[in-house]
Design a protein around this ligand. Structure first.
Ligand code: SAH
Length: 242
């Protein structure tokens, strides 16, 4: 598993965030995947305000308390919304360009990878939003992730994470499920981004259904509560140490 941060020359999303922050606009942020057709990530949405956020994210921000860690914070939109709510957050990201923008926006932001043991601290709430489970990458990284979560959580703390069940992509109209059970878990996706000439390395991104999340979490001493469901197979989960 990658425990490093991105090279500044291979940070397309960070470059897009930086352009948008400095000029108010950005070129197309293109998203490639071996599983899906080419897509585009609207850069402006990374700068969403509390009012523009989906309900699941608003709920997570309302529930966040104490010392808060915003993991994979991007432009810092959640950390800034928390500040407006008089809550204090530390933001981390592996994107050097994003961290620079967050610091310019007044966010307490560090260039750090959540899987890197050199990053330490004790947090009451760990936030992972915008399919935050994606950062875990693959199901096989769940034990390493849960171990890190335990290290970073203060007693009584919790992880608030959103994800989606991708089964709808494989469901037939009659509801039958066309999945090869011998294949990799259906929520394991690979992505690669490109912004202008800046192309990032491919990376793994995990979408996880709540039953699978609960099963893994239970094995490592966590309790999972599904707090809220979104409009499209997405949900917000709270993970706390049993
Ligand atoms: N949470 C933000 C950004 C989501 S995009 C929002 O909701 O708008 C995902 C972010 O996670 C990217 O900025 C990416 O650089 C960061 N990231 C990916 N892997 C990471 C890791 N292992 N540790 C910390 N940040 C990571």
């Amino acid at each position: 598993m990658n425990k490093h941060w991105l090279h500044a020359d291979k940070d397309p999303m960070g470059r897009a965030i930086h352009d948008y922050y400095t000029t108010g606009r950005a070129e197309r942020l293109r998203v490639f995947s071996s599983q899906f057709d080419e897509d585009e990530l609207p850069v402006g949405e990374l700068f969403r305000t509390f009012q523009q956020m989906p309900l699941l994210e608003q709920t997570a921000l309302r529930l966040a308390k104490g010392r808060i860690l915003d993991v994979g914070a991007g432009s810092g939109c959640h950390s800034l919304a928390l500040r407006d709510m008089q809550k204090e957050a530390l933001a981390i990201d592996i994107s050097p360009w994003s961290v620079e923008v967050m610091q310019k926006r007044g966010v307490n932001a560090h260039l750090a990878n959540v899987f890197d043991e050199r990053f330490t601290g004790q947090f009451d709430t760990i936030l992972m939003l915008m399919n935050g489970s994606g950062i875990i990458g693959k199901l096989k990284n769940m034990p390493a992730f849960l171990t890190r979560a335990k290290q970073l959580l203060a007693p009584g703390g919790c992880v608030l994470m959103d994800s989606s069940d991708l089964r709808y992509l494989y469901e037939d109209e009659d509801g039958s499920f066309l999945i090869d059970l011998a294949a990799d878990y259906y929520g394991e996706v690979d992505f690669q981004m490109q912004y202008g000439k800046v192309k990032g390395e491919p990376f793994d991104w995990l979408y996880i259904d709540s039953d699978t999340l609960s099963a893994y979490a239970a094995q490592y001493g966590f309790r999972v509560e599904k707090l809220q469901e979104g409009e499209h197979y997405d949900y917000l989960a709270r993970l706390s140490v049993k």
